[in-house]
Design a protein around this ligand. Structure first.
Ligand SMILES: [Fe+2]
Length: 242
């Protein structure tokens, strides 16, 4: 009993994101998706993330056949514009993408060269409602084409259990959790699922998935959270290798 009370009251030191160096999931480029809606906001977001400790931002606009028809060309043009506006900030900014897995995406695997980061990592997201059809086939197709699949925010798909995620990991899929899930930003159930994911040592990357200034202003709340500390101490995070 004494142990329970002492740990429940334990205060954690503050660890900022400089320990990660790199954020590899965000929506900082203006007017490409549901992220930043102006170059002014994009500049503020880069500054904020820099203040939180990041010195390398790999931003990842949505590519989604129905809603966000971004291409390497639209993304790189927006990236060049942002880079020209932030030359005074001591930070590296580059771009990949967050690909929505659907029928069109599957068709594109053999036809297109996807935007990736690091060692040909491709960031993918699923529908929040139902599991993608032929998921095993899609993962396999990506892997035989040289990609390593990184699943964005697995804690947010209510239809995927921790066991499902363990099976995906066995297939070579790496997991990227959202920092805001740690503080319960999306929901209490997402937060609880995330804790079980962390307890199973399933996390390879963490990302801000930052879309706006409101989210950027909440991120510092992670710094003293025990599960953030547990992630840092897991020795499994690959962000600083990017
Ligand atoms: Fe995202």
């Amino acid at each position: 009993m004494g142990w329970f009370f002492s740990t429940s009251k334990k205060e954690f030191d503050s660890i900022d994101f400089s320990i990660l160096k790199t954020d590899m999931h965000s929506h900082l480029l203006p007017n490409l998706d549901d992220g930043s809606s102006s170059i002014e906001d994009s500049i503020i977001l880069v500054n904020q993330l820099n203040k939180l400790g990041f010195d390398n931002l790999i931003t990842t606009p949505h590519i989604m056949s129905d809603y966000y028809k971004n291409t390497p060309d639209t993304i790189n043009k927006a990236l060049d514009k942002l880079k020209s506006e932030i030359s005074e900030i001591n930070i590296k900014v580059s771009a990949a993408a967050e690909y929505y897995v659907d029928y069109e995406f599957k068709q594109d695997i053999k036809k297109k060269k996807f935007l990736t980061f690091g060692e040909n990592f491709i960031l993918v997201e699923f529908s929040f409602i139902s599991k993608p059809i032929k998921l095993k086939e899609i993962i396999f197709d990506l892997q035989v084409n040289g990609y390593t699949v990184v699943l964005a925010h697995p804690e947010r798909y209510s239809y995927l259990s921790v066991r499902d995620l363990l099976l995906l990991k066995e297939r070579g899929v790496l997991m990227q959790i959202n920092l805001l899930s740690i503080i319960g930003y999306y929901s209490e159930s997402v937060k609880n699922k995330l804790k079980r994911i962390i307890d199973h040592n399933l996390v390879s990357f963490v990302g801000t998935d930052c879309h706006n200034i409101h989210q950027a202003n909440l991120l510092h709340k992670c710094f003293t959270d025990p599960y953030w500390h547990k992630l840092v101490n897991s020795g499994k995070l690959l962000n600083c290798q990017l």
